[in-house]
Every structure is written in C-alpha cells, then in structure tokens.
Write a protein that binds this ligand. Structure first.
Ligand code: ADP
Ligand code: GLC
Length: 478
C-alpha cells in the first residue's frame, strides 16, 4: 500500500523527543514489510540539510501568509525512503528549536506553520505529485493533525487517514482569531469542530476527522478516555469509540543496541557484561562522579517537565545518598527543575552530576553506564527511554502508567525487568529505588533482571504489522 507519514520530527535531522525516533523507525519497518511509504516534513533547516538529493516537484497552492511554498522530494539517508519536504522559508527557515523561539515562547505563528503542513498533506493525498498518490495518510501528533481535517473538508479526495497521538498534553491550542488563517469553513469553529474552550485545537480537529486514532501503548489508549488523563479531550475520544486503539512503539535496535553502538566506550551484550562495567567507569570519570564501581549509579535522560515526574526524584534526593546512589542526569526543560538538580550537583558533585542540555551521544553513554534508569513519569504515552535502558542492561525504575506499565515487569515477578511504583509520591519512588538498591547486592538475582531486560524484544516488526492491518481495514476500494 502507498502510505504517506506526516510529521514534524525525524531522527537524526530533527528530534525533540521520542516522536523523532518513531518517525525514523516506523516507516522503515513498514517499508521492510513491502509497503510503499513516503514522508512529508516541514522545511526546517534540519530537513533541508538532512534529506538527500532534494529536487523541486511543484509549487504548493497556499494562503498568502505562507509565501510561495514549494514541494521538494528527496531521500532519507540510511533508510532511502522518499521524503517530501515542504519548502516555505517564510515559516520554517529559522535557527534553533523547531517549535520555540529564542525568547522561550512558542513561535507566534505556529498555527500557520503547522496548518500549512496539513494543507500540503491533503494536496499530496489529492495528487499534487502526479507520480505518486497515497492510499492512506498517517499523521503524527498535533503538528500534523489538521491533515485529516483538510482531507475531509477541502482536498484529500476520499483518501482515509490515521492520526497517532504521541502525547495528548501537546494539543496545538491557539487563540480564536487564528482560525481565520486556516481557510476552513467557519461552521468548523464550534463545539462540534475545532473550538476548545474558546480556542482553536488542532488535536481536536484531527480526533474528529481522522478515520482511525491510535496512540502509542494499549494502557495509554485506555487512560486517555478518562477525565484523569484525557486532557479535556476524553469526551471527544470516547465518542470515537472503537476507532481509538493503542499500538505499542518499538525500538530501532540498529541505533539502540550496546553490541553495535559506536557511541559507547566499550561494546557489550548479555553474554558478556564486562563492557558495561567499563561504560560505567568511563561515565563516572566523564561526569566527575566518584570512581566507585560499587556505587549504585542511577541514570536519567529526560525532558524536565511535569510529565516526567523528576520533582519526585528531587524531593527524594536526600535519602538516595543513604542508599549508596549516584545520579548522572542529562535533561532540559523547566527552569525550576533544571536549577534544582544543578543545586544538588553543586552541593555534592561526587554523587550527583547534571548536564543541562540536549546531547544524543551522552544520552547513549548514560543509558549504558548507569546501573538503573529513572523514568518516574506522571503519565507516559509509551516511553522509549525504559525500552532502551532494558536493552542496555540498565533496569528501569518506573511509575506504573501508560506504556511504562505495558513494557516493564517488576523484579518481584519471575521474568522481572525493572522496578515499578504506583503513587505519585517521593516515598513511593524511594520504595522502588530501595528495592532496586537491595537487589543489586545479590549479583545473581540482579543479573537475572539485567539479562531478562536485555533479551526482551520490542522490535518494530510487530507494531508495523498492526499498523499495516489498520491501513487495510480503512482502505477504500479503488
Ligand atoms: P518523550 O518523547 O516524552 O520525551 P520518550 O521516552 O518517548 O519520551 O523519548 C525520549 C527520547 O528523547 C529518547 O530517545 C531520549 O534518549 C531522548 N532525550 C530526551 N532528553 C534528551 C536530552 N536531554 N538529550 C538527548 N536525548 C534526550
Ligand atoms: C511522546 C511521549 C512518549 C512516547 C513518544 C513516542 O513524546 O511523551 O511517551 O514514547 O511520544 O511515541
């Protein structure tokens, strides 16, 4: 089948989180099954530089505010997949973060930047590139969520659509006056349309118009239809009934496997963990921690937002020292969390090392060098960090929510791969950390948990099969 994936991120050219990893891996896994998959990406500098052999296909009809956008076509390095890049310098040619301006606020014209992406997707669905027309459009997150809306209301020519929610906390909410820029029928700015408490919601539009809605784990799919996790959209999601389902993400083991990871100081695998000990020693040196093989080294690689629950770790920090723990953290986000962890590091740099920022290579070295990885999320649609950690023999300590609940088995059980806690509470987190620290003093039992995680298989092929089934379910007869 011909499938067009529409997204704002694609590792390694543009990535702010797990979305970029998924958009790199899922289309490739579908192509490996024989599907004819292409991508549509906004013309961020990262894509103009990262997509190979870009050539112009045609102009893209668009409102005046978009300048004169052009559809370009090239190939994704590595996978060789065809990618369309929507070249619109007036909207996308900006340095730095793709969603946020240098003053720390979202770009003020984000509604235009991502409306254009949806418009272009609908036009590609309708045959903008005469040489290739998709049979399904698969949109990812709010950035692409207007694609199903334009496909159903203006262009699109009857092509079915799928919207995947990677994170319902980000909805693409804009002031009411932004609606005028979208070129949609005014009737759609109502309670049964894109209006959300007086504002415009891109995500809500996608949820209403996509033929199918998926999210990235079965547990999160069940959670988002409840008021507790629905972020105000649970009613809209409930109304879609069986059109909503959860398909667990996978891991790209070509990028995330300690046996082949060129970013590590030493490779290792389940049969020989000596390399992991070397990674730990190297990480302690690199981050200035005490060079102590017996310390229980906790790792964290994360966006520092309320979602991720690291305020619990901050509150629990005084007690972690008593458990013989060290902490190696890489993250960025909310200033209060950044400065809280930076303070801990200043107070005792032999025990706590913190790097504020985004560093792909250091992320790999922390996940490999740590003894256990912290993922104490308040909510987690899927979570990739815990999946990477398991493959790297670094049992994750996670809160039982969303994809974390679906992927980590508690070490209390026969095939345990990590440590779970339930309450959103520093003591509950400490309880799980204490169980982990204790178990580590029993090398045979600890290694059983390490090896169970390393041999767990979260490869993409299973998820790709589920998506392929979904595309066939909604296919329209030719
Ligand atoms: P989310 O997408 O919600 O941030 P995931 O666990 O799905 O959470 O994916 C996070 C991805 O982003 C992982 O690949 C992780 O290694 C990476 N990541 C997060 N923060 C950083 C950082 N500061 N530096 C490098 N990589 C990071
Ligand atoms: C989002 C979610 C994360 C998920 C990722 C990829 O960023 O927060 O849980 O793993 O998307 O689907």
């Amino acid at each position: 089948m011909r499938i067009l994936h529409v997204a704002a991120e694609l590792y390694p050219s543009v990535k702010t989180g797990g979305l970029g990893d998924v958009v790199a891996a899922l289309p490739a896994a579908l192509a490996a099954r024989g599907e004819d998959v292409r991508l549509l990406l906004p013309g961020f500098p990262g894509f103009l530089a990262g997509i190979e052999g870009l050539e112009t296909v045609c102009a893209v009809p668009a409102p005046a505010w978009a300048g004169e956008p052009v559809l370009q076509r090239g190939r994704v390095p590595g996978s060789g997949l065809v990618a369309y890049v929507l070249h619109a310098p007036a909207l996308y040619d900006r340095p730095g973060h793709v969603y946020v301006s240098p003053d720390g606020r979202d770009w003020p014209d984000n509604h235009r930047r991502f409306a254009l992406l949806g418009m272009a997707a609908a036009q590609v669905a309708a045959g903008l590139d005469p040489s290739w027309r998709p049979e399904t459009v698969h949109a990812h997150d709010w950035h692409a969520a207007l694609a199903p809306v334009y496909m159903a209301t203006t262009d699109g020519a009857g092509v079915p659509s799928v919207l995947t929610i990677h994170n319902l906390a980000f909805q693409g909410l804009f002031p009411a006056h932004a609606f005028a820029d979208l070129g949609l029928p005014i009737a759609l700015f109502g309670m049964d349309g894109l209006e959300f408490w007086g504002r415009v919601s891109f995500m809500k539009g996608g949820l209403l118009f996509a033929d199918r809605i998926t999210t990235v784990s079965p547990t999160y799919a069940a959670e988002i239809v409840t008021p507790e996790h629905g972020m105000g959209l649970d009613g809209v999601l409930r109304a879609r009934g069986s059109a909503v389902s959860g398909i667990l993400n996978g891991v790209d083991y070509a990028v995330w496997d300690p046996a082949v990871d060129a970013l590590l100081p030493a490779p290792y695998g389940p049969a020989d963990l000596a390399g992991k000990a070397r990674c730990k020693a190297a990480l302690q040196v690199e981050m200035g921690l005490a060079a102590d093989p017996d310390a229980f080294l906790l790792g964290a690689v994360t966006r520092l937002t309320g979602q991720k629950g690291f305020d619990l770790v901050l509150d629990a920090a005084p007690s972690l020292g008593g458990l013989g723990c060290q902490l190696a953290m890489l993250g960025s986000g909310e200033p209060a969390l950044e400065s809280g962890f930076a303070r801990l590091a200043r107070a005792d740099g032999r025990r706590v090392a913190v790097r504020i920022g985004y560093d792909e290579a250091l992320a790999h070295r922390i996940i490999a060098g740590a003894d256990a990885m912290l993922v104490p999320s308040r909510f987690e649609p899927c979570g990739l960090t815990q999946l990477y950690a398991m493959r790297y023999g670094t049992p994750p300590i996670v809160r039982r929510t969303g994809g974390l609940a679906d992927t980590v088995a508690d070490a209390r059980d026969a095939v345990g791969t990590g440590f779970l806690f339930d309450a959103i509470d520093p003591d509950a987190f400490l309880g799980a950390a204490t169980r982990a620290a204790l178990l580590r003093r029993d090398p045979a039992r600890w290694e059983a948990v390490v090896r169970a995680g390393m041999s767990a298989d979260f490869s993409w092929s299973r998820a790709a099969e589920r998506y392929a089934d979904l595309y066939r379910d909604i296919a329209r007869p030719a």
